[in-house]
Design a protein around this ligand. Structure first.
Ligand SMILES: Cc1cc2nc3c(=O)[nH]c(=O)nc-3n(C[C@H](O)[C@H](O)[C@H](O)COP(=O)(O)OP(=O)(O)OC[C@H]3O[C@@H](n4cnc5c(N)ncnc54)[C@H](O)[C@@H]3O)c2cc1C
Length: 395
């Protein structure tokens, strides 16, 4: 296997690097945006998204006719790496860009693609994902939100939960039950719902971090035009699975170890262990090296997934492997930062003695969420067991 990039790809990398050096605001590079409230951070990231979009860096692998750059997945991967290396956030509308967009490219009608894809990239229309319900998380196919046909519309009633960014969203890709009598996987449909429609209520949920980034969403007699059905009626499960496969991969790319590890090494230089900089301690050095090795292994596994996608296939079960390894490495890094900080770990943002504005403690509180979101790691382990290792199906 040849891991080298071609001269053109190396030139592309230099172009990205130069653009980021000239355009990335210093406060984003240094992670100071993490200290803002969710609303302030959203506005800051939206402004950064606009800059990325105008620079032609959003949807690098998407076809030009849908607003993309028309480059390949390799260029997209190089861009993601450079973004991480520069310590930059990825912009906004990731539900649209990384989940719905690729799904619509597989399943959408030409009219749906032309209508929705360009505004996903520009973030003129923000998207949220309406999958989970109070009684349907890991067992997603048990969902109960109902859609009944009425002329050229569906009428939707029900409740979703844990809906990230619903408070900012203009649109939602929503799973609904259209045939309650069919076996549970066969009575589901996939709808695109305007979040400004009458009958939708969004209620924020506060997380352990103190931020409210996800929500409960209630649908009461919400009218959705039939032209917003993706795929066939009652065949939405296959469409939903496509989104889920992209979601596992997308979730793993949120954790940029090119950014997090240098920050951890820097922390180890500034805090002390036994009266000396922690980074001089053998046990600390071994742990840091172990993290770096694992991050490198994750990178190479990602290239394996990329190869599959370059052959025109959607991400497969190896996406589950990426999802587990990235979220669990991220969790262990956050826990190790707590150890390095010692008593400083308990200080909150705003405390005069807090190190790095207590960013590490907030990351620690947020890190567990990564192992739950996009399908829990227990579920991902079952997928690997059944689909990669060929083990018998669990009960
Ligand atoms: C930060 C965050 C953001 C999210 N954003 C969204 C969003 O935007 N849209 C959306 O629709 N959803 C979202 N979710 C919801 C997420 O997809 C669900 O939380 C997840 O699928 C688990 O479902 P649940 O919470 O109902 O837990 P449950 O399914 O009730 O699981 C509870 C526990 O039981 C375990 N478990 C359940 N079944 C099995 C099994 N068969 N085998 C082994 N273990 C099992 C689980 O692993 C878990 O540990 C988000 C979640 C988080 C944490």
């Amino acid at each position: 296997m040849d891991f080298r990039y071609s001269p053109e790809e190396e030139r592309f990398r230099q172009e990205v690097r130069a653009w980021l050096a000239a355009n990335l605001p210093a406060d984003l590079r240094e992670g100071r945006d993490e200290d803002l409230s969710p609303d302030e951070r959203w506005e800051r990231h939206k402004a950064w998204h606009k800059k990325l979009y105008e620079g032609g860096w959003v949807g690098i692998w998407w076809p030009k006719e849908y607003g993309g750059r028309g480059a390949s997945l390799i260029e997209q991967a190089i861009f993601n790496e450079e973004l991480g290396r520069a310590g930059a956030p990825p912009g906004v509308n990731l539900n649209g860009i990384t989940l719905l967009g690729p799904t619509l490219m597989h399943w959408g009608t030409e009219e749906q693609k032309k209508r929705f894809l360009p505004k996903i990239l520009s973030a003129e229309e923000i998207w949220c994902q309406g999958y989970s319900e109070p009684g349907a998380g890991s067992d997603l196919a048990s969902l109960q939100t109902r859609a009944i046909e009425d002329g050229d519309s569906f009428i939707v009633n029900g409740q979703k939960v844990w809906t990230s960014q619903a408070q900012y969203a203009d649109w939602c890709f929503l799973l609904v039950r259209t045939d309650p009598d069919a076996p549970k996987h066969r009575g589901i449909s996939y709808l695109l719902v305007d979040m400004h429609s009458p009958g939708i209520t969004v209620r924020p949920l506060v997380q352990i971090t103190g931020d409210a980034e996800f929500n409960e969403v209630f649908f009461e007699e919400v009218r959705v035009p039939k032209k917003n059905l993706v795929g066939e009626k009652n065949q939405g499960w296959m469409v939903a699975l496509t989104t889920l496969m992209y979601e596992r991969v997308a979730t793993s790319t949120y954790f940029r170890f090119e950014k997090i590890l240098p920050q951890l090494f820097d922390l180890a230089r500034r805090v002390e262990r036994n009266g000396r900089p922690a980074i001089e301690d053998t046990a600390v050095r071994q742990q840091l090296a172990q993290f770096a090795i694992e991050a490198e292994a994750i990178k190479y596994n990602d290239l394996r997934r990329l190869t599959r996608q370059l052959k025109g296939q959607p991400p497969g079960p190896e996406g589950s492997f990426s999802k587990i390894t990235t979220t669990e490495l991220n969790l262990r890094i956050a826990a190790f930062a707590m150890e390095l900080l010692g008593p400083y770990a308990v200080l909150e943002k705003g405390s005069p003695f807090a190190i790095d504005h207590a960013r590490w403690s907030r990351r620690m509180l947020g890190a567990r969420a990564g192992t739950i979101a996009a399908g829990t790691n227990e579920i991902q382990r079952s997928i690997i067991g059944e689909r990669v290792l060929g083990l018998p199906k669990g009960r």
